[in-house]
Design a protein around this ligand. Structure first.
Ligand SMILES: NC(=O)c1ccc[n+]([C@@H]2O[C@H](COP(=O)([O-])OP(=O)(O)OC[C@H]3O[C@@H](n4cnc5c(N)ncnc54)[C@H](OP(=O)(O)O)[C@@H]3O)[C@@H](O)[C@H]2O)c1
Length: 328
């Protein structure tokens, strides 16, 4: 099968190679001896793959390896009792191996793909929407009627967070860096959009009538203190990622003074050993698809052989919505 591997750690421009590999056996590292085998139609591309080309992501497989943590495609074979059958359209989290014509995924990370979504949209469903649901609901304890501020709101996690928050009955304020990204955040359903280079903290406080309830932060960096300041009483900042490059530090007196919280949300680390949690989140995300709230926004699309361009786009802060590789 055709595939792309990371062969060295020289960055997105040069670390990838086109290869021809044997198709994978029905076995996954999380479920040895068992896996759903999927004919891949689309593979999702995300920030972690960029970091992996430099050896900077926490998950460091030995070189060379096929990157790519999620796919949409058609089931070729599935374990007995998985509820999946040959020919089913699915969206799946595979951890690695998505940048290939055939991928394997654990059955508990493979979900029926609604007819309302195409394969490109399906390839952006697991990582971003499961993270969004986990961050908002399970970690952020979001309640109906609350206000959520979303950083990096035109990105993959950001657009997913806006849609899931709307589906959970919240009001959303998106933070973005330019006009194009503002349009994407609005297309995702943001109620309000503010600019990262404007006094967004004051605008958010005004728009929310005194302070937001939840901040979802995939960006980090020097805006973190203003995120804390934008909270109302009882507000929560949920730490999701660090695309801004630096890991912020918290002066905890701020938490005490305003009765606020900082909460970590590491979706992968939490759910990988919890099949039932994955199934629950998958069912909730599919319910939000059926209800019309979840419609992954697909940005740039590339054929498999141009995977490095997809990574460079993300690396250069140029991506909007989900970046996708069309595999077949
Ligand atoms: N915790 C978890 O379980 C979990 C799960 C999935 C992903 N993540 C993490 O979440 C983060 C976001 O992933 P994503 O797929 O949404 O990425 P993305 O689509 O590339 O979006 C990231 C956004 O970050 C903003 N940003 C600010 N400074 C940036 C910089 N220097 N370089 C690049 N982007 C910058 C950009 O928005 P503006 O230009 O508008 O500022 C961009 O749209 C990543 O760190 C990823 O590893 C965490």
């Amino acid at each position: 099968m055709r595939a792309v591997q990371i062969v060295d750690l020289t960055g997105p421009e040069s670390a990838l190679a086109q290869v021809d590999l044997p198709e994978p056996e029905p076995s996954h590292m999380l479920t040895p001896g068992s896996a759903v085998v999927i004919d891949v139609y689309a593979a999702g591309v995300s920030f972690p793959e960029v970091l992996q080309t430099r050896g900077e992501y926490q998950f460091k497989p030995p070189l060379p390896f096929v990157p790519g943590s999620e796919v949409a495609g058609v089931v070729r074979s599935a374990p007995d009792g998985s509820g999946l059958s040959e020919g089913d359209r699915v969206a799946a989290g595979c951890l690695l191996g998505a940048f290939a014509e055939v991928a394997v995924a654990p059955d508990f990370l493979t979900f029926p793909l609604s007819d309302k979504l195409d394969f490109a949209q399906g390839s952006g469903l697991v990582l971003n929407y499961h993270t969004a649901y986990f961050s908002l609901k399970q970690r952020g304890r979001l309640r109906e009627g609350e206000t959520v501020l979303v950083h990096g709101a035109a990105g993959g996690v950001g657009t997913a967070t806006i849609q899931v928050a709307k589906g959970l009955g919240a009001r959303t304020i998106a933070v973005v860096s330019n006009d194009e990204k503002e349009q994407v955040a609005r297309a995702a359903g943001a109620d309000e959009v503010v600019r990262s280079d404007d006094p967004w903290k004051d605008e958010a406080k005004e728009l929310s009538g005194g302070g937001v309830d939840v901040v979802i932060d995939p960006v980090g960096g020097d805006r973190f203190t203003d995120s804390l300041r934008s909270l109302g009483e009882g507000g929560r900042v949920v730490v999701v990622g660090f695309t801004g490059g630096s890991i912020p530090e918290v002066r905890v007196n701020r938490l005490l003074l305003n009765n606020t919280e900082v909460i970590g949300a590491g979706w992968g680390a939490y759910v990988m050993s919890k099949p039932d949690v994955n199934r629950e989140i998958g069912a909730e995300v599919n319910r939000l698809v059926d209800a019309g709230f979840v419609r992954p926004i697909v940005g740039a699309r590339f054929p498999l052989e141009r995977a490095s361009e997809a990574l460079e786009l993300i690396d250069g802060r140029g991506a909007t919505g989900k970046v996708v590789l069309d595999i077949r």
